[in-house]
Design a protein around this ligand. Structure first.
Ligand code: IMP
Ligand code: MG
Length: 189
């Protein structure tokens, strides 16, 4: 796919666009339809993982046409690097007690090693959640270290470091409306 030369973004930082805005819209529609069916009549709590999933979560919930409540959790495994450190921490989860009788759908930007979601599954189980499912926009299956079942996956991608649509490198590029592979020159200098 060619790079849009008219875009206002620093396109020279990217190797290629991996998921365009149009494709993201299609993915969200497909997943939202499944969620609409699967959670009809249930009490649904959508839990976005900060910061990476904030854009995906907010676009997704606007296509979900059944009642839901929303919260965010801050988990961290990468820090300021392009290689996962492996040790996951939940930094903040404020209002959990109120949601004990809800089905929880955890939304993340990308499934990589699986460490984050694996950790969160135990974390939520320990706090009384019985029905826990996961949704990620992207999946890098080659990188998996921990087994985790993710029910809703937007798109599988190659093992490349990607940014945009909420995903960052050193906190940059989150505002780009598509997902792009970051050029190696950015993280080797
Ligand atoms: P995991 O715990 O290794 O599965 O990593 C999940 C988290 O790592 C995601 O929520 C992202 O924040 C981050 N991550 C993994 N791969 C990428 C990437 O290619 N670009 C940006 N962030 C990534
Ligand atoms: Mg993240």
């Amino acid at each position: 796919m060619g790079i849009n030369k008219n875009a206002e973004y620093p396109m020279s930082d990217f190797k290629k666009i991996l998921v365009s805005e149009e494709e993201i819209k299609g993915i969200i529609c497909r997943i939202a339809n499944q969620i609409n069916e699967n959670y009809a009549g249930k009490k649904l709590l959508v839990c976005g993982i900060l910061k990476g999933a904030f854009i995906f979560t907010s676009d997704l919930i606007r296509q979900i046409k059944i009642p839901l409540e929303i919260t965010f959790i801050k988990a961290s495994s990468y820090g300021r690097s392009s290689v996962s450190a492996g040790d996951v921490k939940v930094i903040e989860f404020s209002d959990l007690e109120a949601y004990n009788n809800f089905d929880i759908l955890v939304v993340d930007d990308i499934l990589d090693s699986g460490n984050t979601l694996n950790y969160l599954k135990k974390y939520l189980k320990d706090r009384g959640f019985a029905n826990i499912d996961f949704c990620t926009l992207l999946d890098k299956p080659e990188r998996r270290e921990k087994e985790i079942y993710v029910k809703y996956i937007g798109k599988q991608i190659e093992n490349e470091f990607v940014v945009g649509y909420g995903l960052d490198y050193n906190e940059k590029y989150r505002n780009i409306p598509f997902v792009a592979a970051l050029d190696e020159k950015i993280y080797t200098i």
